[in-house]
Write a protein that binds this ligand. Structure first.
Ligand code: MF3
Ligand code: CO
Ligand code: CO
Length: 252
């Protein structure tokens, strides 16, 4: 899991310099697939997953998740989530982050991205052996409420390990899905937060692309983590993050 997580995170670093105005999402996907297969000797978990046609998900502006890479050209000011899941030696690593094309976007978009990353970290800070899964949704909800943004309810985090999506479902909003966490459990926290309504709709033609119902922007961050006695270890942490890999959440 550590190896798979490190590789997934490394794909997000690798692609960063290519996320520029004028590039198409299909070109980015090709670059990442090549990197995963030829450099990492790993497998894209997305390609062929329930018929998904590409190696990664690239979700631009009002696309909430599962954006299918294609002919869309990125433009200055677009906010883009790239979600990468790799399989290495039978284990999965799943992570995503936001990119701002050209580095500048609206203040509201910057706030949305900041809120979503903070919300993910707040969820992560609740995790330890003996904590309740519901604490994650509580923590994320508090952050989203403070920013007056809304949390997507149609998609959730998930157990991950030797399969892509395992139990439990990890809800990102306040909920009563009680489950006591135990050391060694591995799952994702991946809040999708919308500037406007939390409601989404899935593209009927492709069956995948989820957009906000009101076409306002959406942001997402995702990490894979493992529960430890006193906190958790983030298996997909990157160097550009100002956040520890190993957390002691008992003292919080
Ligand atoms: N990586 C996504 C997740 O975080 C799932 C993508 S499934 C795909 O769970 F088929 F759309 F790639
Ligand atoms: Co995931
Ligand atoms: Co993912």
């Amino acid at each position: 899991m550590r190896v798979a997580g490190r590789l997934a995170a490394e794909v997000l670093n690798f692609i960063e310099p290519y996320v520029k105005p004028g590039v198409t999402t299909g070109e980015l996907d090709d670059l990442m697939l090549n990197h995963i297969e030829k450099e990492q000797h790993a497998i894209s978990a997305c390609l062929g997953y329930h018929g998904y046609p590409k190696a990664t998900c690239i979700s631009v502006n009002e696309v909430v998740c599962h954006g299918i890479p294609g002919h869309l050209k990125l433009r200055e000011g677009d906010i883009v989530n790239i979600d990468v899941t790799v399989i290495k030696d039978k284990y999965y690593g799943d992570t995503s982050k936001m990119y701002v094309v050209g580095g500048h976007t609206s203040e509201r978009n910057h706030q949305l991205i900041k809120c979503t990353q903070e919300a993910m970290y707040a969820g992560i800070r609740t995790v330890h052996s003996g904590s309740n899964l519901t604490e994650i949704g509580d923590a994320i909800q508090k952050v989203a409420d403070r920013y007056h943004f809304s949390i997507v309810r149609d998609y959730c985090g998930h157990g991950v390990g030797s399969e892509f999506h395992e139990a439990p479902q990890v809800l990102h909003y306040r909920n009563n899905f009680d489950l006591l966490l135990q050391s060694g459990m591995t799952f994702t926290i991946e809040p999708m937060i919308n500037a406007g309504t939390w409601k989404c709709k899935v593209n009927k033609k492709d069956g995948w692309t989820a957009t906000t119902a009101d076409h306002q922007p959406s942001a997402q961050f995702e990490h894979t983590l493992v529960v430890t006695d006193e906190g958790c270890e983030i298996l997909t942490l990157r160097d550009d993050e100002d956040f520890p890999r190993l957390l002691n959440n008992l003292k919080n």
